[in-house]
Design a protein around this ligand. Structure first.
Ligand code: SAM
Length: 322
């Protein structure tokens, strides 16, 4: 990979201070489910090494390039960390196996998910995430994943494509763009990010709004290729279930579809179950399982947004298991 050597600028961690200092409470196992370049993990390890008690950081990523970059960055903390290639939607299995080995006897005190793709993935044309860089129409975070964006663009019928653009991109021109793609691919398959971007631009009636449409179409395809919403739902369930009492779950999301899932999941765990309304029940059927550490999402301040524009849409939410 052409830029693989340049791991220094892999990714600048977003909301780094808040997400790490609010996650770490006491010694135990901490899981970074989206290791990336190891930016958040490095800060977590610094905090953990200052605690009085044994700690282990488990870093998970489905991208082998991320693991390579992170293991170089976290070299100094090799004894305190275990890096695993896998999908965070299987966090229960990963943590269970660590708890039976290197992390035996330690409570699971934290899980961080910093969703989406890294700057390194977006900036590497061969990965096919960006409409600004020409490359194969791929978009798999796991380079061995079964479905590419080209498969979807060339195989879904126009209704399925239109629904996808509407649902995951919230793109009002979804149907029109889907029809344009289906008609173009009858002549030749759409195989590159550049070719797709050209077709999307051509289908936009207002050229001044084409950039917004492009980013929504690319977002929709990326979500579908990586089943981003499905894996997030599974990771929240599994992640919360492996936490020990007092353990915290922190999620940084970057668009409203993800944030809605996180917000609903957290609200449901933080509320007692009073059964159907109108029954006049005096005791809850089930007590709350968590408390909200952040009542409102934590956002990046102006200084961070200036330094790292990617942080503009970031929303951090944290709950603590009771
Ligand atoms: C926003 S980056 C994380 C950056 C990291 N926090 C840092 O400071 O360098 C997201 C990373 O999570 C990985 N990722 C996204 N979804 C994943 C999933 N379902 N399972 C495992 N890794 C995932 C991506 O491959 C990417 O490397």
């Amino acid at each position: 990979m052409s830029e693989a050597a340049n791991f220094q600028s892999y990714h600048e961690p977003v909301l780094a201070e808040a997400s790490t200092s609010l996650l770490v409470t006491r010694p135990g196992i901490y899981v970074d489910g989206t290791l990336g370049g190891g930016g958040h993990s490095l800060l977590l390890l610094r905090l953990l090494s200052a605690l009085d008690g044994r700690c282990l950081l488990v870093g998970i990523d489905q991208d082998s390039h991320a693991l390579e970059a992170a293991s170089a960055k976290l070299e100094a903390y090799r004894d305190m960390s275990a890096l695993v290639r896998g999908n965070f939607s299987t966090v229960r299995e990963i943590v269970t196996s660590i708890s039976q080995g290197a992390g035996a006897g330690l409570p699971v005190m934290g899980l961080l998910l910093d969703l989406g793709v890294s700057s390194f993935q977006i900036d590497t044309p061969e990965r096919g995430f960006s409409y600004l860089r020409d490359g194969p129409l791929d978009m798999r975070m796991d380079p061995d994943g079964p479905v590419t964006a080209a498969d979807i663009v060339n195989q879904y019928d126009d209704r399925a494509l239109g629904r996808l653009f509407l649902r995951y991109g919230e793109e009002p021109l979804g149907g029109r763009i889907a029809r344009a793609l289906v008609s173009a691919r009858a002549a030749a398959p759409i195989l590159t990010t550049g070719a797709l971007a050209e077709l999307v631009r051509a289908a936009c009636p207002r050229k001044d709004l084409a950039i917004k449409t492009l980013s929504r179409i690319y977002q929709a395809l990326r979500i579908e290729v990586n089943d981003e919403l499905g894996v997030l739902e599974r990771a929240l369930e599994e992640g919360f279930s492996v936490l020990s009492p007092g353990g915290r779950l922190a999620v940084i999301s970057y668009h409203s579809l993800e944030d809605r899932i996180v917000k609903r999941f957290f609200a449901a765990r933080a509320a007692a179950d009073w059964g159907p309304k109108g029954l006049g029940i005096r005791e809850p059927l089930a007590p709350a399982e968590a408390l909200l550490v952040t009542r409102k999402p934590v956002l990046a301040n102006e200084e961070e947004i200036r330094r790292n524009p990617r942080s503009r849409s970031a929303r951090l939410r944290i709950i603590e298991k009771l």
